[in-house]
Design a protein around this ligand. Structure first.
Ligand code: DC
Length: 422
């Protein structure tokens, strides 16, 4: 059994610890705070009188110290590392120690060894990029500097520490700068990370949202049909051998969890080309009329197609797609609604905004070009190119706000248009 790995990264005060703890509890997974390891290492180095900016001295201080992660917290040489590492100074020291490659190497090795079934929720700065580049789900939390400073202020106060809001704010700015600009594993979101700005969210909302994505992701997409399996392999081989073909951004696709792939539409080749080359099983939406013919309808269904009713209120028309997303699957949607053979991008319909908002599903923008010239591509005169962008966070509190949903649909089309074409 493979452990499920959820990576939560982000800057100080973005809400990582509380979110990670809440989600781990909800899913029954081990929660590991990797920052605590850097804090513990720094604390040991300080206690030993080492110069924190000297890698040699820090390494000497922590050499031979045994770190273990348990449900209760971190043990250094069998002793629980306590509240001494939670002060603002300890965080500052950790950030200085964390620039040393040798220290990072040691702690990363320990972090990797902690992934055991049923799974782990690890929070930090480089979990999705360096520690677990193949994590099943990656979340990158952020929040405005002001919000983060206020949270840290309350946290320090609750530990009975005197705190000065302005000082914390400037310390956070410095720490961000150092964490983002260091040469080794700088603080950056992984390409397939879902970014979540928590400035306006409550902790309950964060845990509910991330918990939903992880819970559905862990359940897996379910079985697929033999027909789909063979069909998509056949088209994949065809596109890669017979066509002049290229796909980019495959590492932007979250490995698990509900996902809406949103692609421009210029040819009837788009669904099979995108579907078969996509690293996850996709479900397609198709006009209900296409299912009228019994044989063709059965084939479409066998190929993961969901009938949608157009003209109906967007919501009820997309119920089939909602069902797939609510089970943790991935759906391919063409936000423009219809195919435009000329290759020009058109404004979106409301459907995708609604679907993303109602099911709170991240959207992956995809741009396809050249598929409207398949014959030329067979003769190697035109490139068929698929470019996958990075995940977009859905509107979160907009269940019934049409304006927000429409604005999101427009942003999705803009993101598709911003991807390179031919
Ligand atoms: O999350 P935290 O505030 O406890 O982290 C303290 C410092 O440790 C942070 O400023 C940078 C460093 N750190 C890191 O470099 N990589 C991690 N995975 C976690 C923390």
């Amino acid at each position: 059994l493979k452990p499920y790995v959820l990576a939560i990264d982000g800057p100080a005060g973005a809400g990582k610890s509380a979110t990670a703890r809440g989600v781990a509890k909800r899913l029954g997974l081990l929660h590991v705070d990797s920052g605590a390891m850097y804090r513990a290492a720094a604390w040991i180095a300080v206690t030993a009188g080492a110069d924190l900016d000297s890698e040699v001295e820090v390494l000497r201080a922590v050499e031979g110290v045994r770190f273990e992660a348990t449900e209760e917290g971190f043990l250094a040489n069998g002793r629980l590392v306590g509240p001494e590492i939670r002060s603002a100074d300890a965080g500052e020291a950790a950030s200085r120690v964390a620039v040393h490659p040798g220290i990072r190497r040691q702690l990363v090795a320990i972090q990797r060894s902690l992934a055991r079934p049923p799974g782990i929720v690890m929070e930090g700065r480089d979990i999705g990029t360096v520690v677990f580049p193949k994590a099943d789900l990656k979340i990158f939390l952020s929040a405005s500097v002001e919000v983060r400073a206020h949270r840290r202020f309350l946290e320090l106060e609750s530990h009975g520490e005197a705190a000065d809001l302005a000082a914390i704010e400037s310390m956070i700015r410095d720490r961000d700068r150092r964490d983002e600009s260091r040469a080794q594993s700088p603080l950056l979101p992984a390409g397939d990370a879902i970014r979540l700005d928590t400035s306006e969210l409550t902790l309950e909302e964060e845990v509910a949202l991330v918990g939903r994505w992880a819970e559905l992701g862990r359940r897996g997409p379910g079985p697929t049909t033999i027909f789909y399996w063979f069909g998509s392999r056949f088209v994949k081989v065809f596109s890669r051998t017979m066509l002049k073909f290229r796909i980019e951004g495959l590492d932007h696709v979250p490995r698990t969890g509900p996902l809406i792939a949103a692609c421009n539409h210029i040819s009837f080749w788009d669904p099979p080309l995108v579907g078969s080359n996509f690293p996850r099983v996709l479900h397609f939406v198709a006009k209900a009329e296409l299912f009228r013919n019994k044989v063709f309808g059965a084939m479409l269904r066998g190929y993961n197609s969901i009938p949608i009713q157009r003209g109906l209120r967007a919501r009820s028309g997309l119920l089939g797609a909602e069902e797939v997303l609510n089970e943790g699957g991935a759906v391919l949607i063409f936000p423009e609604g219809t195919r435009n053979k000329s290759g020009v991008l058109m404004p979106p319909r409301a459907g995708i905004g609604r679907l993303a908002a109602v099911t709170r599903t991240p959207v992956l923008p995809i741009r396809i070009s050249g598929s409207n010239q398949i014959r030329r591509s067979l003769r190697r005169q035109t490139l068929v190119r698929i470019v996958i962008g990075t995940p977009m966070t859905p509107p979160i509190r907009a269940d019934l706000d049409r304006a927000v949903e429409n604005a999101f649909a427009v942003r999705v089309m803009e993101a598709i248009a911003a991807l390179p074409g031919l």
